[in-house]
Design a protein around this ligand. Structure first.
Ligand SMILES: Cc1ncc(COP(=O)(O)O)c(C=O)c1O
Length: 471
């Protein structure tokens, strides 16, 4: 009878997949046997698999460049990485191997840019796109960069007041490149219909005439728009994109130096083994729509910028847990308790009900059962019970209690590399004082092709938490 966990996965999905296969009933991730990693480092364990970052960037560059070549597009494609998705130095070091720009969102981000410059990982030609609602310190820090000769820094105005503050901090002999973020209309399911981020469509051309045109301090280079729900093949997305390109063309007629269109982030990532998304088609469609509308208006097509966050780092991350114990709370609900907390390690799972790929690491030859997975905090919301493709989760059966450790079940959540550490407040105080897990970096030796492991951080110590709390 086909009732093993491996049968379930093979019958539900097209399995094995590029990054996942099973050898001797154990999961192998990007050719790395995860049980070897667990034996070496234990759990809970956060993993960053660096090669995926570069391969994602290269893939997007290829797709956009091919899309441009197909329609004889005259502008360039510029890949920027949105630092807020994961600020860790090892992530930026890997991403910056691929000749990219960066997108910032707060004043401290600019210190990060200066640190990267200090390490010679970027230079003064690197595109630095500065987004977000800006307080004075952020604007001052951006002005410092511009005054210092970072000539491809672009402050993207989130509101009309930011310009005069920038002017105050710019040196007399400096002209700053600026952009304007369009406040997009939200999807109908939202509680509000215009995004709080950016400036209303209708106001932008008048604002340009009032404040920017003829002002020698500013050069309007970029129009920016970002659809919160991502780049999707929906009539909503295409209609917002069209509005934005039409505005670009109208503004371009008034402002000839405008030559760049930033379409934001929002390329999705694989959050289920049944994930389907045609990246090539979407890149081609975006580029050909921009080309067509520009041709109708008889304006030069813009250089295209993207600022992919999740797409760049999401699929590089994973987190592994042990199942400590099972608890049957009634005749239907079986709980598996993990050795950490979802609220502190994967906060999007309870904050926005984000779903990730969840797989058993070992025991694929065992029968499976339906479970709820519980975190260790005392919060009733600290659990996981559904996947992107289904309202239930299944894992191999276990028959042990906490005292019998010989057949421990390990599980992994995959493609968790974006936003989780910063939202959880990595290294700070965690709910119920649950420590941040150990974090390792997986890479591949270019000479031998063998994988390498390196400890980035030990499990958070109780001393560090107590110090933060003032003890
Ligand atoms: C302005 C801007 N650009 C880029 C991104 C990155 O989005 P994603 O991670 O979906 O690619 C965000 C995310 O919030 C954003 O606000």
């Amino acid at each position: 009878m086909k009732n093993k966990y491996i049968d379930l996965i093979e019958q539900t999905f097209d399995f094995p997949q590029d990054e996942f296969k099973v050898v001797d009933n154990e999961l192998v991730f990007h050719d790395i046997p995860l049980m070897d990693i667990i034996k070496q480092y234990g759990t809970p364990l956060r993993i960053s698999y660096l090669p995926k970052i570069s391969s994602q960037i290269q893939l997007a560059k290829r797709m956009f460049n091919v899309a441009m070549a197909k329609v004889d597009y005259k502008g360039s494609y510029n890949y920027c990485y949105c630092t807020k998705s994961s600020h860790f130095s090892f992530i930026l070091e890997e991403a910056l191997k691929n000749d990219i720009g960066l997108e910032t969102s707060s004043s401290y981000d600019i210190y990060l840019i200066q640190a990267l410059y200090g390490k010679r990982l970027i230079d003064k030609n690197t595109h630095i796109i500065c987004n977000g609602f800006k307080r004075e310190q952020y604007i001052k820090n951006i002005a410092d960069l511009i005054n210092d000769g970072f000539k491809n820094t672009i402050l993207v105005l989130d509101n009309k007041e930011e310009l005069s503050i920038l002017e105050k901090y710019l040196n007399d002999d400096v002209t700053a490149n600026i952009g304007i973020r369009i406040a997009s209309e939200e999807e109908p399911k939202f509680d509000f219909y215009t995004s709080r981020l950016g400036i209303n469509y209708k106001d932008i051309i008048d604002y340009y005439h009032e404040k920017i045109k003829g002002n020698k301090k500013f050069n309007l280079k970029m129009l920016h728009f970002f659809i919160n729900t991502g780049i999707k093949d929906t009539s909503y997305y295409w209609s917002e994109l069209n509005k934005c390109i039409n505005l670009f063309c109208n503004l371009k007629k008034e402002s000839p130096e405008l030559d760049s269109l930033n379409i934001g982030g929002g390329f999705p990532i694989k959050n289920s083994l049944s994930f389907e998304y045609d990246y090539e088609y979407m890149a081609e469609e975006v580029i050909s729509q921009i080309k067509n509308i520009c041709t109708q208006y008889e304006v030069d097509e813009p250089n295209i910028f993207t600022e992919f966050g999740s797409y760049t780092v999401g699929e590089s991350g994973a987190i592994l847990y042990s199942i400590l114990n099972k608890k049957k709370q009634n005749d239907r609900e079986l709980w598996y308790m993990i050795d950490s907390s979802f609220m502190t390690t994967l906060p999007d799972t309870w904050g926005i009900k984000q779903r990730y790929i969840l797989l058993a690491v070992n025991n694929w030859n065992k029968e499976y059962n339906r479970v709820f997975i519980g975190g260790l905090t005392c919060d009733s919301e600290d659990y996981y019970n559904a996947e992107a493709h289904a309202n239930a989760i299944y894992l191999p059966e276990i028959n042990y209690t906490q005292e019998e450790e010989d057949e421990i079940q390990y599980i992994g959540f995959f493609h968790t590399g974006a936003y989780q550490e910063s939202i959880a407040g990595y290294g700070g105080i965690q709910h119920c004082l649950t420590p941040a897990p150990k974090h390792i970096i997986l890479d591949v030796d270019p000479e031998t092709g063998e994988y390498t492991t390196r400890l980035f951080a030990k499990e958070q110590s109780y001393q560090s938490m107590l110090k933060t709390l003032g003890y």
